[in-house]
Design a protein around this ligand. Sequence first.
Ligand code: GLY
Length: 363
Amino acid sequence: MTHPANTVRVDLAERGYDVKIGSDNLADLGPTLAALGKVSHAVIITDANVQEPHAVKAAESLSGEGLSVDLVAVEPGEPSKSIEMAAGLWEGLLDLGADRKSVIVAVGGGVVGDLAGFIAATYARGIRFFQVPTTLLAQVDSSVGGKVGINLPGAKNMVGAFLQPMAVLIDTATLDTLSERDYRSGLGEVVKYGVILDAELFDHLEANVAGLLGREHDLLVDVIARCCRLKADIVRQDEREETGLRAVLNYGHTFGHALEALCGYGELLHGEAVAIGMLCAARLAERLGRIGGDVTRRQRDLLAALGLPTELPKLDADRIMETMTRDKKVQHGLLRFVLPTAMGSVELVGDVDPADVRAAIES
Ligand code: GLY
């Protein structure tokens, strides 16, 4: 059976690229990369979770085009986005003879994409980079838009760069091997796109809960393409997050990042924290008279139907407030929130009274 395929263009003039979305299309990697220019050597950076079968399949496809291919697997998980890991990879690339004709291919989730992209941005003052995201979260968010980086011990994503890839190849078949919890966590970011930018997408998600939970490939190709198109449009207008437009993608993230940090990364997955964070932001917007209760209720019902958490973990409100103020999205000590004005539309609000924020957490 053939599945529909979809291509989304991230229109950034000379840095523009295609996001190719399909099912069972991993074998297209070699031809896609070869068509983009002179590349003789590829270094695949992956992790032990997806090395077999996805990274190995990717390597076969690249070898089939006559490229020499090396594969480096890092430990799965957030701790790999470290200075030590980056230093090890720089040395490793030197040993492999990587140079400016080499390309780094990230095959994995957000950790692998962010780390591999950071290495590509810095090694030899920057070499080419190709993204093959294998988690839903990375497919709809981190693989598109060029944010790459590593963590400092006390600060997530604090060191990094903007490096747009040569292209992104998304194969929905890679989602078949994802754990239920990781998959559902990715759905949290999918719901986010509906709330912030596209009421019709939100309706579509509400009408297709069973298909989404069943990981139906045709549905996923369409939904992922819609999310990537929405993100591409934002990135085209505000590539480096300078005008506030790209910041709308952080809906639910100010609360969510604080929850992730307080619960421990890995305890609460990113999409789970964002789901709870979106509901806190919706309650805050409701409190400020920006939306009616129906916008919050629809989000809560959809997130719950998709198996995502909707209740705050038992945490002290003071600690949540304190952690939020340390977030790097805070400007000059002021908390900024992305708040809905209606389903499918949000605004960046910079002057929120902390008492209202606390009430939204506690309500
Ligand atoms: N994940 C938010 C962004 O790419 O801007």
